[in-house]
Design a protein around this ligand. Structure first.
Ligand code: SF4
Length: 376
């Protein structure tokens, strides 16, 4: 699968836990849209001419700050410079309060066929504490509007381990997810990133977050819920009904190439990782001079190995033994096999069809297991 990621670097409000790159100043939105289109042209040789794009992903920031005309302009540039499959998965991340019925209908007409809605919680108090733009009523309305507009591939983001959250509240959020009958969920434990408002609030005691054992309980409940509701747990934080995996994200986890366009977007060409400058003004200035403002780094064998372990162990497809043997020097597989033996004996990993995957018990300890495999 070959994909294009478009980063829309704007938000209307700062969520207190977020450390993504975005700007609150929407004054240069049109210039950014134009620069994205120009970058798409400048990088039209990223893929070989016979490549067919199978996934397009608008992420952010908040793509739903764009008007239908602005999105159409970007999509037109993609189809002008790349060959896009008629069946391509086109995902669009949005904030619930932007999803009016009209806007959903516009997105549907534009050919967007997968909506990713950043709901996070169905409790107003959680949404307030996180400084989200929407309330629980808007969260629900967003999904209903998307469905009414014809979307049948909807994913929602929810979070657990939030300040002051109780198990009953998490159960309520999950029951709302079930009621809304969406095809996919991404569920994340809150992590406190340095330099965010939450990091400051934890230090000064304004908020308290649950200890690790508490977070594990929420995760266990999530796994149980997913099973009851017929979601397949195909990646640590991702759950899909009827095989409706995120094709775009799955290709990241499978080490496929991807082109990332826009300020702060990352790309990978199979050998080099590249990242664009995280500054809207400098990004626009450079693109207007015909220069993509990015840095790059060649991945060493160790980097590739560690990334492969980290991303593949997170998924239901696991670490493929043949892939390891074919793509890395012998020593890597030997080291892997030794550590693997220990975890198989403990019942944390299992072998299935020539791949090593986490057991249910192992999923709870995945971070520690993965880092044990890393080569430094
Ligand atoms: S909307 Fe998304 S990108 Fe913007 S501040 Fe909130 S979490 Fe971060």
């Amino acid at each position: 699968l070959s994909g294009i990621y478009i980063h829309i670097p704007f938000c209307k409000k700062i969520c207190y836990y977020c450390d993504f790159y975005f700007s609150l100043n929407l004054a240069n939105k049109l210039d950014i849209v134009q620069a994205i289109c120009t970058e798409l042209e400048l990088r039209k040789h990223f893929y070989s001419p016979e490549t067919v794009i199978q996934t397009i992903y608008f992420g952010g920031g908040t793509p739903s700050v764009l008007t239908a005309q602005e999105i159409a302009k970007i999509l037109n540039s993609i189809t002008e410079f790349y060959t896009v499959s008629p069946e391509a998965e086109i995902t669009f991340e949005c904030n619930p309060d932007d999803l009016t019925l009209n806007y959903c209908q516009d997105l549907h007409v534009l050919g967007i066929n997968r909506l990713s809605i950043g709901i996070q919680s169905f409790h107003d108090k959680d949404l307030e504490v996180m400084n989200r733009r929407h309330n629980s009523y808007e969260a629900e309305a967003a999904v209903l509007n998307a469905k009414q507009a014809g979307f049948n591939n909807i994913t929602i983001d929810v979070m657990y381990g939030l300040p002051g959250m109780t198990p009953a509240e998490w159960d309520y959020t999950l029951s709302k997810v079930a009621e809304l009958d969406v095809q996919h969920i991404s569920a994340y434990a809150l992590t406190i990133e340095p330099k965010t408002a939450f990091s400051k609030f934890v230090k000064n005691g304004r908020i308290k977050i649950p200890k690790d054992e508490g977070v594990v309980q929420y995760f266990e409940r999530l796994i149980e819920f997913a099973k009851e509701q017929g979601f397949e747990h195909y990646e640590i934080s991702n759950f899909a009904k009827d095989g409706m995996y995120s094709k775009h994200n799955t290709s990241y986890w499978q080490q496929k190439k991807y082109l990332g366009v826009g300020a702060s977007a990352h790309s990978f060409n199979g050998e080099y990782r590249m990242w664009n400058i995280s500054n809207n003004r400098k990004y626009i200035e450079s693109i207007m001079q015909g220069i993509v403002p990015n840095e790059e780094e060649k991945l060493s064998q160790i980097d590739r190995y560690n990334e492969y372990i980290m991303t593949s162990l997170r998924t239901k497809w696991g670490v493929n033994i043949e892939y390891l043997k074919k793509n890395f020097e012998k020593d890597y597989y030997r080291t892997f096999a030794e550590i693997n033996k220990k975890y198989i004996a403990k019942g944390l990993l299992q072998e299935k069809e020539n791949s090593i995957i986490l057991t249910n018990k192992g999923v709870m300890l995945s971070d520690a297991i993965m880092s044990d495999f890393f080569i430094v």
